[in-house]
Design a protein around this ligand. Structure first.
Ligand SMILES: C[S@@+](CC[C@H](N)C(=O)[O-])C[C@H]1O[C@@H](n2cnc3c(N)ncnc32)[C@H](O)[C@@H]1O
Length: 448
């Protein structure tokens, strides 16, 4: 790094005029001033050529000194396969960006969006796996990233992440991350931020990758004709992925991935006066995710396993959420005291659900179901009985007009059961998702 380029770290950061008071990342951590102040310093468009747009060049410093609005932050959001549309919808409704998110060229697991508001807002996204501040560099090889201006932008992005949530260490995710070039880059980032370089377990992740190939529309920008795609540096926001939930204090085998649970909650719809039932609730992932996005008039979880209910109780407490947990067989009629009666407006002709005949329909507006799969909490041999039974039980407890979402790995069984239950539930939508080597399917149903 040439001296003329300006030494990064406290001095490089000072240029923004924002961080002199805050000191180094290490000092911030000691003082507990992670802050929520947005990502402008790390998220400005990058490059050296003076272009604007997705890969524009002017720095945050320049714009702030000129009195013009702070630049937007280009953010990449990763998601589990199958959740692209749900995340897209969540970004639009939650963050209200000026332009809708776009697919990232060459990737099938990420959306890119420009944020004008605080970078910390990405923490409100529940269906994203992780958020990264994206920097693009029109350089031929990673070695150039160690030069003063480039390094300063990387350091700014690291600080932007640290202001959202503190980290004490960092690591690279890159081809050749153990090479001399990355060792040098690591030493410079450490010098500038105080963060420890821990190649294995570093909290803050810096991804370095080839830029999008020429002619593609990376990050929603215009097609580029630059022959060399350059390099992208992505700085993860926060020490852990967004999908890691602090409320998950109890491990439970077969617990649902939280971003899938959050997607299910969105697909079911969220209304403040909903009465929500979670059949086969396990450790309460669906209940917690539902209660964290908005109030509910009632929330009830049912499982026949005391261990599951203990885990759900602990997770709910950690989330500061309240729900009634009931130990019961979800295939049998639920104890009358936990089924709210239908509201007056819902009272209609009684429904017949086999063994669940009710004089009056139940009162749950939303029923979420995560039945056992594989050999974990049940056996494939019983899958037909379980799925048919739980569809009947869900309908018996549901109010007229209720919505139900079932996530299951037993796809063939479920589809057969749904055909047989056509008088109870109407299929609105299915979604194939992917998590940890499994392809469960999500069924969104409306009470028939
Ligand atoms: C796949 S797990 C649910 C995992 C849960 N979504 C979570 O995130 O922890 C299925 C659950 O169904 C419960 N279960 C199986 N058969 C049941 C039955 N007949 N009645 C009630 N619960 C049952 C199991 O105890 C297990 O907790």
């Amino acid at each position: 790094m040439s001296r003329g380029a300006g030494r990064p770290g406290p001095r490089g950061h000072d240029r923004s005029g924002k961080d002199r008071r805050r000191g180094t990342a290490a000092e911030q951590r000691r003082r507990g001033t992670g802050g929520q102040s947005g990502g402008q310093s790390g998220g400005q468009s990058g490059g050296q050529s003076g272009r604007s747009g997705a890969r524009g060049t002017r720095t945050a410093d320049t714009r702030q000194q000129s009195g013009r609005p702070a630049p937007s932050t280009l953010v990449e959001l990763t998601f589990l396969a199958g959740l692209r549309d749900v995340l897209h919808d969540e970004v639009v409704t939650t963050l209200a960006p000026r332009r809708a998110p776009v697919d990232v060229a060459g990737r099938d697991d990420a959306l890119a969006v420009r944020l004008d508001g605080p970078l910390a807002d990405v923490q409100r996204l529940r269906t994203a796996v992780a958020a990264y501040v994206v920097l693009h560099f029109d350089v031929p090889r990673p070695r150039s990233l160690t030069s003063g201006d480039h390094l300063a932008r990387i350091v700014d992005a690291v600080y932007a992440s640290l202001r959202v949530a503190g980290s004490s260490s960092f690591r690279f995710e890159a081809a050749g991350a153990d090479s001399a070039v990355f060792q040098r880059l690591a030493a410079l980032v450490h010098e500038a931020t105080g963060l420890i370089h821990d190649p294995q377990d570093g909290e803050l992740v810096l991804r370095v990758r080839r830029g999008a190939p020429a002619g593609s529309t990376a990050h929603g920008g215009r097609a580029t004709t630059v022959p060399d795609p350059g390099w992208d540096v992505l700085v993860r926001v926060g020490p852990r992925p967004l999908s890691a939930r602090t409320w998950r204090v109890a491990d439970y085998p077969g617990a649902l991935n939280a971003t899938i649970a959050a997607a299910i909650v969105r697909l079911a719809g969220v209304r403040d006066d909903d009465r929500v039932l979670n059949l086969m609730c396990g450790s309460g992932t669906l209940l917690v995710e539902r209660l964290l996005v908005g109030p509910a008039a009632a929330a009830v979880g049912v499982d026949d396993s005391p261990a599951a209910l203990d885990a759900a109780r602990a997770n709910l407490a950690a989330a500061r959420s309240r729900a009634t947990l009931v130990q019961a067989d979800a295939l049998l009629p639920l104890p009358a005291e936990i089924v709210p009666s239908a509201r007056d407006r819902d009272l209609e002709v009684p429904i017949s659900t086999g063994s669940h005949d009710l004089a009056r329909p139940g009162g749950f507006d939303v029923v979420l179901v995560d039945p056992p799969w594989g050999g974990l909490h049940g056996a494939h041999a019983q899958a037909a009985e379980v799925h048919a039974g739980v569809l009947r039980a869900a309908r018996a407890a549901a109010a007229p007009g209720a919505r139900c979402v079932v996530v299951t790995h037993e796809v063939k069984v479920m589809e057969r059961c749904l055909r047989d239950a056509a008088d109870l539930w109407t299929l609105r939508q299915t979604l194939r998702v992917y998590a940890k080597g499994h392809h469960p399917r999500v069924y969104v149903l409306d009470a028939a």
